[in-house]
Write a protein that binds this ligand. Sequence first.
Ligand code: ITT
Length: 211
Amino acid sequence: MHRRITGKLVIATHNPGKLAEMKELLAPYGIEAVSAGELGLDEPEETGNDFRSNAAIKAIAAARATGFPSFADDSGIVVDALDGAPGIYSARWAGPTKDFNAAMAQIERLLQERGATTPDKRRAHFVSALCVAWPDDHLEEVEARVDGTLAWPPRGTAGFGYDPMFLPDGHSRTFGEMESIEKHGLPPHGLGLSHRARAFVKLAEICLEPR
Ligand code: ITT
């Protein structure tokens, strides 16, 4: 049986870009959201082998530490020509200083080394695994992706992480060039385009009720 989210929800992320998106996605549901950063929670080690298990590790750690239902996202960019890298290591490729310009340049360097210069050889997708964990270890888990190609040089200053090099299919602007409503706004105001928006729609169906 699916469980509904009611009352207070901890958003178990230390990534400000994600936090902003997760708060915007939750806004229409009247949920009181407080972030792991605001609560001073430790970041658990992400020891899972896939997005889903890392999302569960983060959500379970926050639920146990706070006694409240906790919501985590594990996400990343999967590049076909790089055999799926950086994938679950997307945050780690930016290093301790979280330098995503360097991480994007590293992807581009590897693509050039493999001769991936045409759009068909530069396919990639973002994945978002969302998990809500309750203090009794009940879990709700969903996952979604958005497909596209990698642009170079990076374009736009909106969003975060790898957004400036990701061109979603059917669009001529990168996520870095899109307003937040366009990247992750939900119908009727947005298209529910991003991986996180798509995963959130699935989560909302099973766990949330509009106000
Ligand atoms: P938390 O674990 O605290 O949530 P994190 O940044 O470490 O924060 P992840 O382990 O899930 O999160 O790493 C995901 C990385 O993938 C993230 O740091 C971004 O660089 C990238 N990423 C995920 N979603 C993205 C998006 O919508 N746009 C751009 N980059 C994204």
